[in-house]
Design a protein around this ligand. Structure first.
Ligand code: ADP
Ligand code: MG
Length: 277
């Protein structure tokens, strides 16, 4: 029996499933101008295929650093990170990465921006435009295909950048405070859309936010980081059933319980981080 069949027979996803992330004793030391800074300390975590996992912690605790190591944009100082059975050593093309900036190219229309990753992969013009059209429709941007980024609102640009990442169909999506600069209403709409697009996609999402309400509304599990040097303080399963209503979730008793529990932990770390500055 092959490893794949064995795992399937056992009911679990195979160890080599590219949607699985395994972080083992990860460390990151930055060296700049002769000074070294320990940014991430001894982070071990297993993320299962299709899971929505959120990193929460005070500013500067190393959340973006961990995502950058998973994307292969920062080297790993010590320890290891694997995607499926493969160690992450260089730039990792098996993840989609949505950063706080939307990174749309100002000289390209929305359609050509969304289709850009397919262009890089050599997909023909007809096919990439067709697929970009379809995805823009699904994120509510039909009719804006020929607009340039400066003609769109912040929320629309963000939806465009999410569509662009989803189009290339990577098994893992990393999202670093993607809704950070948006107003509260737009955030809720995008959270709702994100859950809709993710549900049934089977993709793994690793999400970073400093908004506890957003973290509870979206996640299967929340990982709380300590203040710098960041390590994992605690991991919490969010047992609120899906599909979730992000507009009303905060009115439920379970939400309030989880919020109080997590806020107590988070506040401790935020207070420690503040005492340092
Ligand atoms: N390229 C870099 N060079 C030196 N120090 C860095 C670099 N990137 C981040 N840091 C430092 O590492 C720590 C963690 O940063 P970061 O991962 O951005 O935190 P977070 O995303 O949790 O706010 C911070 O002290 C930050 O100043
Ligand atoms: Mg960050």
């Amino acid at each position: 029996m092959t490893a794949l069949r064995r795992a399937a027979a056992a009911g679990g996803a195979p160890a080599g499933d590219p949607r699985r992330l395994t972080l083992e004793r990860l460390y990151k030391v930055y060296v700049s101008r002769g000074e070294s800074l320990l940014a991430v300390r001894d982070v071990s975590l297993k993320i299962e295929p299709g899971e929505f996992v959120t990193f929460l912690g005070p500013s500067g605790c190393g959340k973006s650093t961990v995502l950058n190591m998973l994307a292969g944009l920062e080297s790993i100082t010590d320890g290891s990170a694997h995607q499926g059975g493969r160690p992450i050593t260089g730039v990792n093309t098996d993840v989609g990465y949505i950063t706080q900036d939307d990174n749309l190219l100002p000289w390209r229309t929305l359609l050509d921006n969304v289709a850009f990753p397919l262009e890089l992969r050599g997909v023909g013009k007809g096919e990439r435009r067709e697929r970009a059209h379809e995805l823009l429709r699904s994120v509510g941007l039909a009719g804006f295909e020929s607009a340039y980024p400066h003609e769109l609102s912040g929320g629309m640009r963000k939806r465009g950048s999410i569509a662009r990442t989803l189009l290339v169909d990577e098994p893992v999506i990393l999202m670093d405070e993607p809704f950070g600069p948006l107003d509260a209403q737009t955030r809720l709409l995008l959270q709702d859309e994100l859950l809709r697009l993710w549900s049934g996609s089977g993709k793994t999402i690793v999400f970073v936010t400093h908004d506890l309400v957003e973290a509870i509304a979206l996640s299967d599990r929340i990982v709380i980081f300590t203040s710098t040097p960041g390590t994992i303080k605690s991991i919490h399963t969010i047992d609120i059933p899906r599909p979730r209503d992000v507009f009303h979730i905060y009115e439920t008793d379970r939400f309030t319980e989880l919020f109080d529990l997590l806020w107590a932990e988070l506040r401790e770390e935020i207070t420690k981080a503040r005492a340092r500055h």
